[in-house]
Design a protein around this ligand. Structure first.
Ligand code: SF4
Ligand code: F3S
Ligand code: FES
Length: 239
């Protein structure tokens, strides 16, 4: 049976002095296979031309469409309306700078985190191409590929109590990245180099094992395993 969907959507444009934060209601007829991407586009086309939200790939790959969907951080493009009740509340992800309505600047947060952790392969010599081109054990390549599946959607940061309290906490996304580069034999950083950037309360010791990150990760990454791995390595290294 066709449902009428009732949307409550956060509206606010910080660039517009006349704008103030509020919720606005919209209704829509549900259609078969409707995702929130389709629903939001219909709302924008027919009812709210200025509604701001982000989508690029529509396939769960770019990470740009994450938002709070009935209180839970999720990817809107991968969320079928049929999986939700007929009242749907949409809010932008907190933690990140608001651009407008449902659009946030998670890229700014991710870039700052990546620069702080230096999330790129550090070679002894920048021209050390022989080492970079060395064949890699397939199991290790598979392991690195698995850690590289993070799409930087920010859902884990929003779901994390520590990230809400500590502005500079690198989140499970950052700890996962350190685990990724530590596993990569092409990265010539030593343990002290890695741990210098994650060995404090804004890093792995700020994590209170709340596990919200792993619950909401749309790529189902084993974030808790990576956090525990980095902690164990630091303890064994006596750092
Ligand atoms: Fe998103 Fe998962 Fe990456 Fe966090 S770890 S940014 S939830 S894909
Ligand atoms: Fe946050 Fe995940 Fe740790 S939710 S507290 S990073 S286990
Ligand atoms: Fe790219 Fe949703 S639009 S992940």
């Amino acid at each position: 049976m066709k449902r009428t969907l009732n949307f409550n959507i956060f509206r606010y444009n910080p660039q517009d002095p006349a704008s103030h934060p509020h919720m606005e209601a919209y209704t829509l007829q549900e259609t078969a296979g409707m995702t929130l991407f389709i629903a939001l586009n219909q709302i924008r086309e027919l009812q709210a031309p200025s509604l701001a939200f982000d989508f690029v790939c529509r396939a769960g790959v770019c990470g740009s469409c994450s938002m709070l969907i009935n209180g839970r951080p999720r990817l809107a493009c991968r969320t079928l309306t049929e999986s939700l009740p007929d009242t749907i509340t949409l809010l932008p992800l907190p933690t990140f700078e608001l651009i407008a309505d449902l659009s946030v600047n998670s890229g700014k947060w991710m870039r700052a985190m990546s620069e702080r952790l230096e999330t790129w392969v550090h070679s002894v010599e920048e021209t050390d191409l022989d080492r970079i081109e060395l064949p890699m054990d397939p199991d290790l390549a598979e392991h690195i590929y698995e850690l590289d599946r993070c799409i930087e959607c920010g859902c884990c940061v929003t779901a994390c109590g520590t990230a809400q309290m500590r502005e500079d906490f690198i989140g499970a996304v950052g700890i996962n990245k350190i685990a990724r580069f530590k596993a990569d034999p092409r990265d010539q950083r030593n343990d002290q180099d890695y741990y210098a950037v994650v060995g404090d309360d804004d890093g792995v010791f700020g994590c209170m094992s709340l596990l919200g990150c792993q619950d909401v990760c749309p790529k189902e990454l084993s974030l808790q395993t990576q956090i525990a791995y980095i902690r164990r390595k630091m303890a064994f290294a006596g750092l």
